[in-house]
Design a binder for this molecule. Sequence first.
Ligand SMILES: [Zn+2]
Length: 225
Amino acid sequence: MTLTKEDMLRIEVVEGAKAIFIKGLVDAGEGNVSIRNGKREELFITPSFNKYLTLKKEEIVHMNFDGTPLSTGKLPSTETKMHIAIYKSRPKVQAVIHTHSEYATILSIAQKGIPIIMEEMYIFLGGSVDVSDFGKAHTEEIGQVALNTLAKKNAALLANHGVIVCGKSMDHAVKFAELVEKLAKIYWGTLQIGEPKVISTEYLERFQKLHNSLFANYSRSKKKK
Ligand SMILES: [Zn+2]
């Protein structure tokens, strides 16, 4: 059996979803994973109330950026609008993941972003992980709130809600979702024993090229609204 391009994208979503589930970043029924459909204004996204363990490629929902479903069967994730807002505004983003991973969500509830405490944040994510203003879940509002907080970066905390990450590939997005949770845990732990020391931006400038060439996914020509 030959797989179509569509099948391969669906499989990537399934694999991304299973990866974050196995890593403990989501429980059944929460979080969502999507991928852009090439140059079309379309995406493939995990279904609403996703049971990660048994997820199959046939359950992945194909949708147009205007919100029209292009497949029958399962309903799309209720947070599809946030994914679409990111794809529309960031043309180089190929994959988006949203989780409620625990330590990152703790910080999102304290509305505390993660300053640059480790070099890898700068290399992979493009800098600090900032926390958004509060936005109502499942609405376009949270899409805009997420975009504003992401700016040119690859990860943000959504106030009182969780994490949003975006990448040039599904592998990148999975890596970023894992990294945000690890950083949140480390930052939280450091706060328990003392005052976290932030790495100075001067020192980090040397990683800018590395970030730009490997992990950055914003359009460098236009960044005006
Ligand atoms: Zn959510």
